[in-house]
Design a protein around this ligand. Structure first.
Ligand SMILES: Cc1cc2nc3c(=O)[nH]c(=O)nc-3n(C[C@H](O)[C@H](O)[C@H](O)COP(=O)(O)OP(=O)(O)OC[C@H]3O[C@@H](n4cnc5c(N)ncnc54)[C@H](O)[C@@H]3O)c2cc1C
Length: 339
C-alpha cells in the first residue's frame, strides 16, 4: 500500500488544481483497507474517500487523509445462456471495464462508455448517460466499514439509488469504502438507442451492434465534452432540476422551446444546460474560470483558475438561473474544502 505525505492533488482531480493533502493512502487490496480501518496504521481523521476526483471540486488544501482504493480485478462470477454476473474492483478504470464487457459481448454498460472515473464511484454516483443508469445493472456492492473494517454487502435495494444519488452519498456518506461492485449483464442485449442523437450517430457505421453503440457514444461525447486531460473540468457541474408539472407548464408558456421530460418521480425534468445557456453563460469566462462553449452545463479551468474561482462562477450562474427562472440549481459536483 502506498502512503504519501504532503502531496499535490493535481493528478487526483480532473480540474487539475494543485491543492495539497496532508496524507494520501492507496490500498491495493481489500485486506489492506481493512488493516487501515482496524487501526494497524495511523491515519488522521476526517477521511475523504476518492476515486479519480472527476466529480470533486477542491477549493482549498485538504488538511487530513485521502484514501483512493487501487483494488483491481475483473471477474466473471457466473454465466448462463442469457445472463452474466461480473464483478470489478473499486480501483478499476470504469471505461476499461465497459470496453472489456463490450468486447466479451456482454450488454448493459455500453451507453455509459467514456464516463471518467473508477468502478468504486459508480454505485455512489449512480452514473448515467444516454438513457441508462448504472443502477439497472448493479446486483450488489461490497463495502468495508471505516469504523471497524467489517465487510457488508449492499443489494440493489439497499443502495437506495436515485438520480446521481445513493445511500453512499446520503445516510451512510463517508462511512463505507466500496471495494467491489457486481453488475448483472446480458449476453443477448437489448440496445437502447432512443436518447438524443444516439440513433442518428449509430446509423453511420450501419450495423447496430454493441461495439457500434459504444463507438457512437464515444463519438458524441468527444464532440461535445472537453477532455479533462486538455481542459480541466468535472463533467456536468449541476444536476438537471426537477420541477412540478404546473411550474413546468408556466415556464413552457414563456419559453415554448424549453426542453422538458417526464421524470420517474412524477415531476418534470428540465435541462440545466439549456437554462444556463438562456442566461447567456455559454462560452463566457471570469478570469480563467469558464463555461464550456459547446455545453453550458460544464464549467472549465481555462488555465490558472483555482477551485474558489470555479465555485464563485457557479454561484453567479445559480443566481442568474434563480432570477430568470425561479429555479434553484443544485451542484452535481461535490465541493471539498473551505470556501
Ligand atoms: C468529462 C466528464 C464527463 C462526465 N460525464 C458523466 C456522465 O455522463 N454521467 C455521469 O454520471 N457522470 C459523469 N461525469 C462525472 C464523473 O465521471 C462520475 O461521477 C464518476 O463516477 C466519478 O468517478 P471518480 O472515480 O472520479 O469519483 P470521485 O469524483 O473521486 O468521487 C465521487 C464520489 O464518490 C465517492 N467515492 C469514490 N470512490 C469511492 C469508493 N470506492 N467508496 C466509497 N465512496 C467513493 C467520493 O467520496 C465522492 O463522493 C463526468 C465527468 C467528467 C470529467
Amino acid at each position: 500500500m502506498k502512503i504519501f505525505r504532503n502531496i499535490s492533488l493535481k493528478k487526483y482531480n480532473t480540474f487539475g488544481f494543485d491543492y495539497r493533502a496532508n496524507c494520501l493512502i492507496l490500498p491495493k487490496t481489500e485486506e489492506e483497507a481493512i488493516s487501515l480501518f482496524r487501526g494497524e496504521i495511523f491515519w488522521e481523521k476526517p477521511l475523504l474517500i476518492m476515486g479519480s476526483g472527476s466529480n470533486i471540486l477542491f477549493t482549498s488544501d485538504f488538511k487530513s487523509t485521502i484514501l483512493c482504493p487501487e483494488i483491481g480485478g475483473i471477474k466473471i462470477e457466473e454465466q448462463d445462456r442469457e445472463n452474466v454476473l461480473i464483478s470489478a474492483g473499486a480501483g478499476v478504470n470504469w471505461d476499461n471495464l465497459v470496453e472489456w464487457t463490450v468486447n466479451k459481448g456482454f450488454g448493459g454498460l455500453e451507453n455509459l462508455s467514456l464516463i471518467p472515473g473508477l468502478v468504486g464511484a459508480t454505485p455512489v454516483q449512480n452514473i448515467g448517460a444516454y438513457g441508462v443508469e448504472v443502477k439497472d445493472t448493479i446486483e450488489k456492492v461490497r463495502a468495508v466499514s471505516i469504523e471497524d473494517g467489517a465487510i457488508t454487502e449492499f443489494n440493489n435495494n439497499d443502495c437506495r439509488f436515485e438520480y446521481r444519488n445513493s445511500i453512499f452519498k446520503g445516510k451512510i456518506k463517508g462511512k463505507y469504502l466500496v471495494t467491489r461492485v457486481y453488475y448483472r449483464l446480458t449476453t443477448n442485449p437489448l440496445l437502447k438507442l432512443d436518447y438524443g442523437s444516439l440513433n442518428d450517430e449509430i446509423k453511420k457505421p450501419g450495423d447496430v451492434t454493441l461495439k457500434n453503440v459504444r463507438q457512437a457514444v464515444i463519438n458524441i461525447r468527444r464532440s461535445k465534452l472537453p477532455d479533462p486531460k486538455i481542459i480541466g473540468n468535472a463533467g456536468s457541474f449541476f444536476k438537471n432540476p426537477v420541477v412540478s408539472s404546473s411550474a413546468a407548464e408556466s415556464l413552457k408558456k414563456m419559453y415554448p422551446q424549453m426542453p422538458a421530460y417526464e421524470d420517474q418521480s412524477g415531476g418534470i425534468k428540465l435541462a440545466a444546460g439549456w437554462l444556463i445557456d438562456q442566461c447567456g453563460w455559454k462560452g463566457k469566462r471570469i478570469g480563467d474560470a469558464g463555461v464550456h462553449d459547446k455545453q453550458a452545463l460544464v464549467l472549465v479551468n481555462l488555465g490558472k483558475a483555482n477551485g474558489k474561482e470555479i465555485y464563485n462562477l457557479s454561484e453567479e450562474i445559480k443566481k442568474s438561473v434563480r432570477e430568470k427562472f425561479s429555479i434553484e440549481l443544485e451542484r452535481e459536483v461535490e465541493v471539498v474544502g473551505t470556501i
